[in-house]
Write a protein that binds this ligand. Structure first.
Ligand SMILES: *[C@@H]1O[C@H](CO)[C@@H](O)[C@H](O)[C@H]1NC(C)=O
Ligand SMILES: *[C@@H]1O[C@H](CO)[C@@H](O)[C@H](O)[C@H]1NC(C)=O
Length: 410
């Protein structure tokens, strides 16, 4: 058993000496470099004080207080959250109790590598920066140990972006102590919100802790509930989108034979630029994509339909006037060249056929405009209703359905 554990320690020695930025399988490095055992010849020489304290048949209870001091970056495109935490670990190691008759009355500070302590790794971490490389533990006369760890970490988080930019997501940080088993070690955990900075787009609404059940390794989990404050997204996405739609509606009031087509095409082009930058600002997901994506795609379709209608009717009118040019009286023809396009008065229109065609086109345009206004109004009404009532639940992750390496059902 001893030999096995030493072997395990030595295997970790190789892992711990470098501090890799990104870890395979999402596990971070052991908290610190492990104490060097290279001068030991046999497992019996491993100092007793770095073995886990014994609590009879019960596991040792380590009390953990998590102070969340900052959530300084939320990157929805990469699905990551960066945060700064302070952990206060305390437990009882009676082997370190000093006799009351001794001269030492005050608590003593011991370097972390001469006593046993839980080595924590964060499962969701892309990287962890343990700020104090040589932390010290405070040991009082009874053997109570108090130990502080400050860390900055970037962790993966599955944001629920269905209601982006009013989204709210739960992000987990799971701390595992791989050097012990659940029969040896147990965590008791509390969390304290110490966030002082409010200059963030995302605010921490709630903090929770839990001890996940059915784990092979002692662990505790901190959950941050992040809420998007949405102001920036509303200003940069919704306002320009609505403004373009309104401008397009107003364009429908321009008469067909003016520059309406240029106006509509310009609007459609600017909307396309806006749309592509919007799509780049939102992440993609296998399920529950933001509702806003569908909304802006419908806006794009509406603009496209209204531009197409203008193009078709203008084309129809132009063809009509071209045909009229083929067989008019020379006087009328000259007049038309002066104007450059069909005259504003119906009386001036060349030929009776063109006149009726033009009336027909204007009537169609009028009907289309009314239908378009109704369509836009409906889209503006249906969307908030959908927003209020629609919900979306992401598919469970393969690992969550079958913990401990069961066969994932994909
Ligand atoms: C030993 O286990 C008991 C029962 O779980 C617990 O109340 C006690 O705090 C433990 N002692 C230490 C030193 O962890
Ligand atoms: C405390 O005293 C006991 C005997 O009373 C002794 O066995 C033990 O080693 C002492 N511990 C320390 C840390 O001095």
């Amino acid at each position: 058993m001893m030999a096995l554990r030493l072997l395990l320690h030595l295997t970790f020695l190789g892992l711990g000496t470098t501090q890799p930025l990104a870890q395979q399988q999402g596990f971070s490095a052991p908290a610190f470099d492990w104490p060097s055992f290279s001068n030991l010849n046999s497992p019996q020489e491993v100092p007793d004080s770095i073995q886990i304290p014994n609590n009879g048949s019960k596991p040792l209870v380590v009390d953990v207080q998590v102070f969340v001091s900052n959530v300084f970056n939320v990157d929805i495109l990469r699905y990551t959250v960066s945060s700064t935490l302070l952990l206060r670990l305390s437990w009882l190691d009676t082997r370190l109790a000093l006799n009351s008759t001794g001269h030492q009355q005050n608590p003593v500070m011991l370097p972390w590598d001469v006593i046993w302590m839980p080595r924590l790794t964060v499962r969701e971490a892309l990287w962890v920066n343990w700020q104090d490389k040589n932390p010290q533990a405070r040991v009082d006369r009874d053997g109570h140990i108090e130990f502080y760890l400050a860390l900055t970490t970037e962790t993966n988080c599955d944001f629920e972006l269905f209601h982006f930019p009013r989204d709210q997501s739960d992000c987990h940080l799971s701390f595992f102590a791989f050097s012990s088993s659940v029969t040896e070690l147990e965590f008791q955990v509390h969390v304290v919100n110490e966030i002082l900075s409010v200059k963030r787009e995302f605010v921490v609404q709630d903090l929770k802790t839990q001890i996940p059940s059915q784990q092979l390794v002692p662990c505790f989990q901190v959950t941050l509930r992040l809420q998007n404050t949405a102001l920036k997204a509303i200003l940069t996405l919704l306002v320009p989108g609505e403004a373009l739609l309104l401008a397009d509606l107003c364009g429908g009031l321009l008469p067909l034979h003016t520059e309406r087509i240029a106006y509509k095409v310009t609007l459609l082009l600017s909307y396309l630029v806006f749309h592509s930058s919007l799509m780049q600002a939102l992440p993609s997901s296998s399920s529950c994509n933001p509702l806003l994506v569908y909304y802006f795609t419908i806006l794009l379709l509406l603009l496209f339909v209204s531009t197409t209608e203008t193009v078709l009717l203008t084309g129809l009118l132009a063809r009509g006037s071209l045909r009229a040019e083929d067989s008019p009286s020379p006087a009328l023809n000259g007049e038309q060249h002066e104007h450059g396009k069909p005259g504003p008065n119906p009386e001036e229109a060349p030929g009776a056929g063109t006149g009726s065609r033009r009336h027909w086109a204007e009537a169609a345009d009028h009907i289309f405009f009314q239908a378009y206004v109704v369509g836009v109004a409906c889209s503006q009404f249906i969307f908030p209703v959908l927003w209020m009532w629609a919900t979306c639940k992401s598919n469970p992750a393969p690992g969550a359905a079958t913990p401990h390496g069961g066969r994932p059902r994909l």
